[in-house]
Each structure stands twice: as structure tokens, then as C-alpha cells.
Ligand binder design. Structure first.
Ligand code: NAD
Length: 353
């Protein structure tokens, strides 16, 4: 399995393969770039089709964390880990303790948090073997979703200000796809700001709650992206912005929390061509990780919600900078975000030990 010639290899500083025969642990930790500080990123447990698929994922995701941390102004670099296996059958305290020992072997160059297939309790199990765990109750930050939603709200406001020249959201319409942990908190902020909400979810109960709590208008999940509104906020699925959906959009701004919203990099250019302002997802949805970065074990002082949420609010200023760069350089905002991030970390200078 090639690593250095792998298409997703991007001068990663370190790629560590770990195996524990007793628990069946097969894991990969990738540190992409630690020029801003130790790597911070989640651990994903997934039934990959092959070891190569796991390597592809960890190389890609760890690089993404470098960009995300840089644009969120965090003193952290980019890293990620994957465990190969089925979350339904292979989870055990011993497995996560073995993973904790692997994290510990990096001596603090990588801090692990939860991700798909790995719960906060699983990270706490890793914490029996390493102190380099993040996003656990002991750190004080709690559930990341309120912070993520606050960041989306602040970034959405900055996007409306840039595109429509409006300081206020009062009287505007926002179409929200997905009323989960983030979507619900976002609804509350938007309604308090005087926004008319259009909502869709495959969970009918969640839709009913939104109709009752925030006077939202229910829309079919297949149609929510077509609603005429100032903003479309995807808060459910990846790859929602694609060659089919982009021509159907009837909004001025796309700003939502979902990860990997662009199906392909070219879809960023397609949005620009349509004159729709796209808030790059990894910038807009960084509130959760910003909040975690203020936890006691990472920040070195006890967690303070007001300080953490003020940091999250800076997502709006970062987006404004990205939009100015995109205009100056005539770039899609997705590319401008990457360029700005690259100005904020140094290429790897030190080779992995
Ligand atoms: P969640 O699982 O709590 O909510 C997702 C919601 O989307 C659910 O209510 C689900 O029923 C709904 N949904 C699924 N398919 C749908 C469809 N086809 N149409 C409409 N609704 C659909 O997830 P979440 O924590 O609210 O996160 C939402 C998105 O934001 C995800 O893409 C997630 O990766 C991303 N994100 C979340 C956080 C966070 O702090 N929770 C941080 C960064 C990014």
C-alpha cells in the first residue's frame, strides 16, 4: 500500500500504523501539519472496505483539520485517526484503551476526540491510558452542537452582510435542511433575530416541533433547497451542493453546518457562476472544535463559556476576510478559504521522528 505516492498524501508529517492483537485494534493516526501546535482531531471507527480506504480517509481528514484549525485561529495543527472495524461488533473498553496507548505513544503531538462511530464515552476509555483526549466531560465544554450552531449563526449573518449589505436578519427567509442537534439551535437563534424559517427533516417529529416552537413552515425534504429565501442552510447531508441541486437553488447565500457540502471542487465554481455566496463549510462549522479548544486540558485554564463563544463568533470576521480575498482574486469562496488557510500554517519543515 503506497503512502508517499498516495494521491491524498500531502507532505504529512507522520503516519502511524498501530496494531494490538489482543483487542483486534487496527488503527492509523495521521499528523498532517503541526506548525501551529499539536494536532487535534477526531477518531473515526468505520468498517472500511480495505486498509487502503482507511488510509485515504485518514490522510484526507487530517489535512482538512490543518485547514480548519488554521482558519479558526486555534493553536493546533491537523490530525485525525481511524480504527478499522465495525462499531456494532468490535467496541470494547480494552480496544479503546489500546487506542489510548497508541495516542500516548506520540507524547502529546496528537490530541484525540470523538468522530463517527466513536462516542465521548469511548474517548473517556482512551483517557485511562493517555491524557491527550479532548471533548470529554472533564474538560468542561460539553456538547459541541450549541457552539457549532452559534458559529453558523454568526457566519450566516456575516455572509448576509457581505452579499446583501444588510446588518439585520429581521424579515429575511432562511431554509434549513436538517433539524438535528445543530439545526435546532440554529432555528432558535434565527427566530430570535426575526427570520422567517422554512424547515425540512426526514424526521417528522422534528419538523412538527419546529413548526410549533418557531412558527416555521414545513417543506418536503426533496424541495427544501429550492425554496425562495435569502439563505439556504444545509445542516444534514454532505454533497448536497452538486450539479443537480445548484441549478435549482433560489437563494443568495448558502450557509449551513453540514460537512463536505460540495460534491466536487468544481461545484464551488458553479455557485460563484450563479452569483450565490457560499460560506465554506469547514470555516462555518468550526464552532464545536473552537469550543473544545477552550477546555481545561487543552487551554491550560478552566473552561469559560463566554470566552469560548466570543472566539466562535470570530468565524464571521474570518468569512468576511475570505469573501474579500475571493473578490480580489476572482476565486470561488471555497478556494479563497484554502488560500487564506495556507497563509496561516507553515509547510512541514521538521521530518517526523
Ligand atoms: P444530527 O444527526 O443531530 O442531525 C442531522 C439531521 O438531519 C437529523 O435530524 C436527520 O433526521 C436530518 N436528515 C437526514 N437526512 C435528511 C434529509 N435527506 N433531508 C432533511 N433532513 C435530513 O447532526 P448534527 O450534529 O445536527 O450535524 C448536522 C451536520 O453538521 C452534519 O453534517 C455534521 O457532520 C455537521 N457538523 C456538526 C457539528 C456538531 O457540533 N454537531 C460540528 C461540525 C459539523
Amino acid at each position: 500500500m503506497p503512502v508517499f505516492s498516495h494521491p491524498e498524501f500531502d507532505a504529512h508529517e507522520k503516519v502511524l500504523f498501530g496494531h494490538d492483537p489482543e483487542t483486534g485494534l487496527k488503527a492509523i493516526i495521521a499528523l498532517h501539519n503541526t506548525s501551529r501546535g499539536p494536532a487535534l482531531g477526531g477518531c473515526r471507527l468505520w468498517a472500511y472496505d480495505s486498509d487502503e480506504a482507511a488510509l485515504t480517509d485518514v490522510l484526507r481528514l487530517s489535512r482538512g483539520m490543518t485547514y480548519k484549525s488554521a482558519l479558526a485561529d486555534l493553536p493546533f495543527g491537523g490530525g485525525k485517526s481511524v480504527i478499522i472495524g465495525d462499531a456494532k461488533t468490535m467496541k470494547s473498553d480494552a480496544l479503546f484503551r489500546a487506542m489510548g496507548r497508541l495516542v500516548e505513544s506520540l507524547g502529546g503531538r496528537y490530541h484525540v476526540a470523538e468522530d463517527v462511530g466513536v462516542t465521548v464515552a469511548d474517548v473517556e476509555a482512551m483517557g485511562q491510558e493517555t491524557r491527550y483526549v479532548a471533548g470529554v466531560p472533564a474538560g468542561g465544554a460539553g456538547d459541541p452542537s450549541p457552539a457549532t450552531a452559534w458559529g453558523v449563526f454568526c457566519g450566516l449573518k456575516a455572509s448576509v452582510r457581505h452579499k446583501l449589505g444588510s446588518e439585520s436578519l429581521n424579515g429575511l427567509a432562511v431554509a434549513i435542511q436538517g433539524l438535528g442537534a445543530v439545526g435546532r439551535h440554529l432555528c432558535a437563534h434565527l427566530q430570535a433575530a426575526g427570520v422567517k424559517l422554512f424547515v425540512a427533516d426526514i424526521n417528522e417529529q422534528a419538523v412538527q416541533q419546529a413548526v410549533e416552537a418557531w412558527d416555521a413552515v414545513a417543506v418536503a425534504p426533496s424541495e427544501i433547497h429550492t425554496i425562495t429565501a435569502e439563505v439556504f442552510a444545509p445542516c444534514a447531508l454532505g454533497a448536497i451542493l452538486n450539479e443537480t441541486s445548484i441549478p435549482q437553488l433560489n437563494c443568495a447565500v448558502v450557509a449551513g453546518s453540514a460537512n463536505n457540502q460540495l460534491a466536487t471542487p468544481e461545484d464551488g465554481a458553479a455557485l460563484k457562476t450563479r452569483g450565490i455566496l457560499y460560506a465554506p463549510d469547514y470555516v462555518l462549522n468550526a464552532g464545536g472544535i473552537v469550543n473544545i479548544s477552550h477546555e481545561s486540558q487543552l487551554a491550560g485554564s478552566s473552561y469559560d463559556k463566554a470566552t469560548a463563544f466570543a472566539h466562535v463568533a470570530r468565524i464571521g470576521e474570518t468569512l468576511a476576510e475570505i469573501y474579500r480575498l475571493a473578490e480580489r482574486a476572482d476565486l470561488p469562496t471555497s478556494e479563497a478559504a484554502d488560500r487564506l488557510a495556507e497563509q496561516r500554517f507553515k509547510p512541514a519543515t521538521r521530518q517526523a521522528a
